[in-house]
Design a protein around this ligand. Structure first.
Ligand code: AMP
Ligand code: ZN
Length: 109
């Protein structure tokens, strides 16, 4: 999906600081970090939003969480926050599903 900035990052057409990838998952630094560590973890396949997930995506979502754990360990985080914003009213601005991984430490909620 060429119009999608995160698809373009996965395809290497847009620059990003990549911290992890496997067959289905890709992770890179957020361009406007909200915490000392701010990583975005995304499925390589384009899914616009968490509300577009289907039953077949259950394993994929598990993989996103496991990837987040690996990245957190890799970066030496003891605790962290995982956040998914869903739809414009939920604060979502990029419509390719992504899990925010925030740490080091996170701002008070
Ligand atoms: P959300 O508001 O939940 O949709 O989060 C979108 C996130 O993507 C924001 O935190 C942006 O800073 C981040 N972002 C947008 N474009 C890029 C990019 N080209 N590279 C890295 N992060 C980006
Ligand atoms: Zn996309």
């Amino acid at each position: 999906m060429d119009a999608c900035v995160f698809c373009r990052i996965v395809e290497g057409k847009e620059p990003a600081q990549v911290v992890y990838q496997d067959e289905e998952v890709f992770a890179f630094k957020d361009i406007h970090p909200r915490a000392p560590v701010h990583i975005l973890i995304i499925p390589k396949r384009h899914i616009a939003s968490a509300k577009d997930l289907s039953q077949e995506d259950a394993t994929l979502m598990g993989r996103l969480l496991l990837a987040a754990n690996r990245v957190a360990e890799q970066l030496g985080l003891q605790g962290y926050r995982e956040l998914i914003q869903v739809g414009r009213e939920g604060g979502q601005t990029v419509f390719h599903l992504h899990l925010h991984l925030l740490g080091g430490p996170v701002p008070v909620w």
